[in-house]
Design a protein around this ligand. Structure first.
Ligand code: NDP
Length: 284
């Protein structure tokens, strides 16, 4: 059997067009959704991410505002910008591109973003709501994973989902979202004993480790669904995931490629969260 390849790029394009449609239908009566993106310093990867977010805003009919802060600016300058954006009526979502320079405290910066505008879903209020199963802005990457599964019509309820990785931005929120969808969830990490055995029990595997080709074919149950969150740059410049794609696709029933799988969904979910913030504000 060869797995169905889940095309994250295609799903993303469709969802972005749907978002654009929702905005177009309302825009005559209210202003367009506004997303503020803050970039600190000159990290080239951050610049690429910010540019991609701006492009997605254009497609969705949002207004994007970019705020650049210099690498050596004091933390107070960033905090006061966030305070100003929190009180700006034209801004629905605020995103501060990570990582920040080492003299800035990421937690403090994330905490400063108003929960109503926390479209990245990283604030303690968003996390608390996610744990409690209340409506919230879920972190974009794991929310994108759930969205992809649903788009493909994959039943999550009752399935055994094994997540490899327990970071605050991917592994842990993925576990909470899959629980909310009634999966039975196991979370593995670097101290897990016999990780291969745990993964072999999975109906759905979510790999978020950051190690190229870590999940091999022998760890996969016949017909399992395999979602690869990893983004690893090889020495030859190629980007690859955490899953040994070529071998695993012969055993899985569905698999996401890297690139073109979970990656595009992350920005799409950011757009979705911003749309939700805007809809809440204008009572749509
Ligand atoms: P982190 O480095 O924060 O977390 C990695 C996790 O993997 C940790 O929980 C760690 O365990 C676990 N891990 C590492 N080595 C092993 C091992 N040998 N056995 C078992 N578990 C292990 O990474 P992120 O969660 O931020 O990102 C994971 C991957 O996803 C990266 O490749 C990243 O680039 C990618 N990513 C992709 C995104 C997208 O849009 N597609 C968005 C965000 C991330 P422990 O906690 O015990 O150390």
């Amino acid at each position: 059997m060869s797995a169905k390849i889940i095309d994250g790029k295609k799903i993303s394009e469709e969802l972005r067009l749907k978002t654009a449609e929702a905005v177009k239908n309302r825009k005559d009566s209210v202003r367009a959704p506004g997303l503020a993106v803050i970039i600190v310093g000159n990290n080239p990867a951050s610049r690429i991410y910010v540019n991609n977010k701006k492009k997605a805003c254009e497609i969705c009919g949002f207004t994007s505002y970019e705020y650049a802060i210099s690498e050596d600016a004091p933390e107070a300058e960033l905090l006061s910008l966030i305070e100003r954006l929190n009180n700006d009526d034209g801004i629905d979502g605020i995103l501060c591109q990570l990582p920040l320079p080492s003299h800035m405290d990421e937690n403090k910066v994330i905490d400063a973003i108003s929960p109503e505008k926390d479209v990245d879903g990283f604030s303690p209020v968003s996390t608390g709501n996610l744990v409690a199963g209340k409506p919230c802005f879920a972190p974009c990457t794991p929310a994108g994973v759930v969205e992809m599964l649903k788009y493909e019509g994959i039943e999550i309820s009752g399935k055994h989902c094994v997540i490899v990785g327990r970071s605050n931005i991917v592994g842990k929120p993925a576990a909470l979202l899959m629980l909310q969808e009634n999966a039975t969830v196991t979370v593995c990490h670097s101290k897990t004993k016999d990780l291969a055995q745990e993964v072999r029990r999975a109906d759905i595997v979510i790999a978020a480790i950051g190690k190229a080709g870590f999940i091999t074919e022998d760890m996969i149950k016949e017909g399992a669904i395999v979602i690869d969150v990893g983004i690893n740059r090889l020495e030859n410049g190629k980007v690859t995931g955490d899953v040994d794609f070529e071998a695993v696709k012969e055993k899985a029933s569905y698999i996401t490629p890297v690139p073109g799988g979970v990656g595009p969904m992350t920005i799409t979910m950011l757009m979705k969260n911003t749309l939700t913030a805007w809809e809440r504000k204008f009572g749509c």
